[in-house]
Design a protein around this ligand. Sequence first.
Ligand code: C2E
Ligand code: CA
Ligand code: CA
Length: 421
Amino acid sequence: MMAARCQRTSHSATPEMKTLLLDDEPFELQLLEHHLRRLGFDEVVACRSARAALDLLPGADSGFELIFCDLQMPDIDGVELIRHLRELNYPGGLILVSGEDERILLSVEQLARSRGLNVLGALRKPIVPADLAEVLLRHNARRDAAADAAAACDYAPERVAAAIFNGELVNHYQPKVDLLDGTLAGVETLVRWQHPHDGLVFPDRFVEVAERSGRIDDLTSVVLAEAVRQAWQWRETGLDIKVAVNVSMRSLASLSFAELVLAELERAHMPPSALVIEVTETALMQDPRAPLDILNRLRLKGIGLSIDDFGTGNASLAKLRDIPFSELKIDRGFVHGAAANRLLRAITETSLGMAKRLGMTSVAEGVEDRSDWDFLSAIGCDQAQGYFIARPMPPEDFPEWAADWQERRPGLIACPAGMAV
Ligand code: C2E
Ligand code: CA
Ligand code: CA
């Protein structure tokens, strides 16, 4: 019975991605199939009901690599189908299709991602070939990136441990500047691995390995010790700035962490107020009590605490409630392009309002161009960080950047009063 509602169509064109189309409206189904055929899709199965589609998807080995799913369907709707796909461990790509409001599409997309599905994008009906081609292009790019990332994660824990102990990690620093007048407010320390063969390796390729293999505390101490030493050196040359260090929530599981931080500051004769700890969370904490204890103690000593990636799933409001943060970093995913996007703008402005009401310094990360800068300046954000100002750099490049910045500053601070935001 189900098979009668599913039409199997084979085409001779090259892409061999086995694709499932799901929509209760026959016209939309035919149109999508037509567009895909013109793009050279080889094997397309069109289904008019989610039940029929689920019969074709018995498990991870069904062979489907791509599913286009309409959200609005009479029996099982798109949201429910997402749950079933999760239960079936569907490994392929998912493209959501809907004639509904854009926000519904975006939020279902988010939901599917949070369930671990590989969402390639969302398409508004009526589907136009250009949008379809763009989503598919993105799919291929992501597939390549995922393959790169998989290959990139291949450092063995022993190799990462050796890098930590052999002094192969180096700190780069990215400036945070005041949006009001462009003065340098501080720097964020971003660790890199100067690999003897692979060149400069970025933290996404080894920080998680260190976390998973119980080496994150060692990594943190090495980065922290060097950052504090560098801050002291800058201070000696008259540059009195705050230095921020990223600390994963996992490092906050051992109660000795606070002692380690205080000892490093003391050794370098630096006041606690010179240090900011940016708290990043990559995994759910098993016991949230230890971090609360440590962070509260550090704050009491005068060390700055920053809630990193604010607005993303990991940086929740509950954390704001429980931890006395002094700084809020608005995640770059909400910052770049916010001036021209209603949704991003609302999130950025709300985060900023929250920081203000709680007396926290607001920092926007991912400031990539002049319009990001002007927007943040107009809404009264305190500090900006991002490629527009400077990329992370080794400390020896800092004086040259600072000199360039002095020249750029005057042209940036004159944001016309009353500018429409
Ligand atoms: P994060 O803390 O969110 O750091 C900001 C990341 O955004 C950095 O990537 C930085 O290079 C990049 N970035 C800065 N400005 C821009 C911009 O304008 N546009 C874009 N697209 N990106 C920008 P990076 O250095 O690759 O670091 C990635 C993450 O690794 C950091 O994210 C942080 O969570 C983690 N990390 C870095 N150093 C450490 C460390 O010492 N310890 C721990 N636990 N994590 C670290
Ligand atoms: Ca950070
Ligand atoms: Ca961030």
